[in-house]
Design a binder for this molecule. Structure first.
Ligand SMILES: [Zn+2]
Ligand SMILES: [Zn+2]
Length: 313
């Protein structure tokens, strides 16, 4: 028992000295000791269980932190033009997790993660394919008469369409591939504290959750519908026009609902900014007129060139 008592004093001396049986003004006599002994021994045993549990978690947290660092080092050697899994996705990856959850008394070194790091390229490829499929699942259903309806719904090229926009709890619209690394989707939040298990504790410490850990992504239907209107205003087909097509064309839009500046100028915006900034006008159910500017910069000039104005309620 003296070992456990020493552990307790080193770990949480306050809990010991403030225990009602210890914190007594009376001198400790043999009689008093015999009376309190069993209760105190029980208390010390319970605290030892608590201490060991905390130590076990700390070992796991430190292994998670090591895995996270090794993943970040690996990421630094990659071309970051494509999305990558979150740190939590990596710590849960079987090859990493098997090392992380080894018994706490087994030492774990950097080199123990080498086999896991070697499988990262393949894991990342599979993760991307899986994430794309998850996103395709929430896209609007294809028309009944689509010639290849059974397979076409999961065609990842649908994600590249200008009209493919996802919603987020932060009330922002998120396009693809940003939806794969949008911070809200992988950062740890208070709502994740509902469960008190090892996994939740690890996510809290990493301040990160795996992508898709919470609710499924949802398609931002109003934003998609809105973008469709913008694409059509440029004379393009929303069924085939990609975000890259829109970026290359780079049409400018002017929102006639946004208040003009003090000098009477109106804000001219790129297509994706219009989607983010002016979508709330939808809720006002006001008649909006959008002028694709295609390189122009003043309202008068725009009106002359406004070949695809959209009226939309
Ligand atoms: Zn968000
Ligand atoms: Zn506006």
């Amino acid at each position: 028992m003296s070992t456990e008592l020493n552990h307790l004093i080193a770990w949480d001396v306050k809990a010991f000295i403030e225990h009602p049986l210890v914190s007594q003004p009376k001198e400790l006599t043999d009689r008093i000791w015999n009376n309190i002994k069993d209760t105190l021994v029980e208390f010390i045993k319970e605290k030892e269980v608590e201490r060991l549990e905390e130590a076990r978690l700390e070992v796991m947290f430190s292994r998670d932190a090591l895995a996270a660092k090794l993943y970040k080092d690996w990421l630094a050697t990659q071309a970051l033009t494509e999305p990558f899994p979150s740190v939590a996705d990596i710590c849960l990856m079987k090859e990493f997790n098997d090392v992380i959850v080894r018994p706490a008394d087994q030492p774990v070194k950097k080199k123990d993660f080498n086999p896991a790091i070697a499988t990262l390229p393949q894991f990342v490829e599979e993760w991307r394919a899986k994430a794309k499929l998850e996103l395709c699942k929430v896209l609007p259903a294809l028309p009944e008469d689509h010639p290849n309806r059974d397979n076409a719904w999961k065609d990842p090229q649908r994600l590249d369409l200008a009209t493919t926009i996802f919603g987020c709890g932060c009330f922002n619209t998120v396009s693809y591939p940003r939806v794969l690394f949008h911070r809200c989707l992988t950062s740890f939040g208070m709502s994740d504290c509902k469960v008190t298990d090892d996994l939740t504790a690890r996510f809290e410490r990493l301040n990160c959750v795996p992508w898709g850990y919470r609710d499924k992504q949802r398609c931002a239907v109003p934003a998609s519908r809105f973008t469709r209107t913008l694409v059509q205003a440029c004379g393009l087909d929303p069924e085939t026009t990609t975000k890259i097509d829109m970026d290359e064309l780079d049409p400018k839009f002017m929102c006639l609902e946004c208040a003009p500046t003090a000098g009477g100028w109106r804000r001219v915006m790129a297509w994706n900014n219009v989607v983010c900034r002016c979508l709330f006008h939808l809720n006002m159910l006001l008649m909006l007129t959008w002028c694709p500017l295609l390189g122009e910069s003043s309202l008068e000039h725009a009106q002359k060139h406004c070949h695809g104005a959209v009226r939309w309620l």
